[in-house]
Write a protein that binds this ligand. Sequence first.
Ligand code: UT7
Length: 323
Amino acid sequence: MTIRAVLRGVGHYLPERIVENAEFEASLDTSDEWIRSRSGIERRHFAAPGETTSDLATRAAEAALADAGLVADDIDVLVMATSTADLTFPSAATMVQHRIGMTGGFAYDIQAVCAGFVFGLANANALILSGQAKRVMVIGAETFSRILDMTDRGTCVLFGDGAGAAIFEAQEGSGTTSDRGILSVDLHSDGRFREILYVDGGVSTGTTGVLRMEGKEVFRHAVEKLAETAHSALDKVGLCGDDVDWIVPHQANLRIIKATAQRMKLPMERVILTVQDHGNTSAASIPLALSVAKAEGKIKPGDLVVTEAIGGGLAWGSVVLRA
Ligand code: UT7
C-alpha cells in the first residue's frame, strides 16, 4: 500500500479588467502584432485598484473547495505560492486561511517566483506522503501588475494577474504509475542567475521595486531547462513523453511552450494553453491553466499530466501526476 497525493479539486479567479495588447500602443512604442508574435499573448487581466493577491487567492480557494465538494476545515495545510504577497508579513496564506474560514491546520507562503506552484506541489506531496497532512490546498496567486515598470516595453506587456488553487488528498495507491496522484517531482535552483530576472526593491531598499528581466537570456535557459526537468521527472518513474496525455506548462511565452513540447516530441494538441488570454501570471499560471483545462473538459481522471515551470532565481522544476 502506497499513499498518494491525489488531485481532488481545482479552481481559479481572474480580475474583471481585461487589458488587450492594443491598450499598450497608446503609451508605448509597441504593437499588438509584436506582442502576439514574440510571446503569444493577446490579453491579460489586471487587478482593480485596491484588489490584492489575497483577494484573488481567496476567490480561487473558494472555487477549488466547491469543485472538491469540501469546506475550509477539511483542509489541513494551505500552501500559497506568490511573489506579490499583500504585505511583507504576515503571509498571504494566513490571510486566505482566515478569509475562507479555515479555523485549524496551518498556512504559509513559498517563494519560487514563476516556479512557485511546482514547488508548492512538491510541498503538498511531501506533507501527504509523510503523514503530516491528509488534505493540502496549493494556491498560486499574483498581482504582477503592481511590480511592473509600465514604461519598459520589454516586460510590462508580458505579465498579468490571477489566481488558481488545487486541493490534494491522501489516498491509497498500488505504488505503480497507474495510480492517481503525484508520481514524481524534480526541482532545481541556481542562484548564479539572479541578475537576469529580479525585482529591484524589497526590505534592503525600502521600496516595492519593479521587475527587471533580460528576456533573451531567460528565454534561452527556459528552452533548455524545461524539457530537461520534465524528462528527468518522467525518468524517475520510468515514464517517457509518449505516456504523457497533457503538458500543463508555465504560461510565459508561446514560443518557449512550443520549443519545450518539440523537445519532448509532443504535439501541441497535448499542451494546455492559456498564455494568449492570461499573459504570464507567474506562480498562478499553472493552476489557472489546470483549472481552465478541467472546466473545458480536457483533463480527465486518469490522464497523465506533466507540469513544468521556470522563473527568477533561477528556480525551475517539474511534477508528473495522474489526474
Ligand atoms: O516567467 C518566467 C520568465 N519569463 C520568461 O520566460 C520570458 C522569457 N523571454 C521572452 O519571453 C522573450 O525573450 C521576450 C518576449 C521577452 C522578448 O522576445 P525576443 O524575441 O527575445 O525579443 P528581444 O528581447 O530580442 O527583442 C527584440 C527587439 C528589440 O529591439 P532591437 O534591439 O532588436 O532593436 C527590443 O527592443 O524587440 C524590441 N522590443 C519590443 N518591440 C516592440 C522589446 N519589447 C518590445 C515591445 N514591442 N513590447
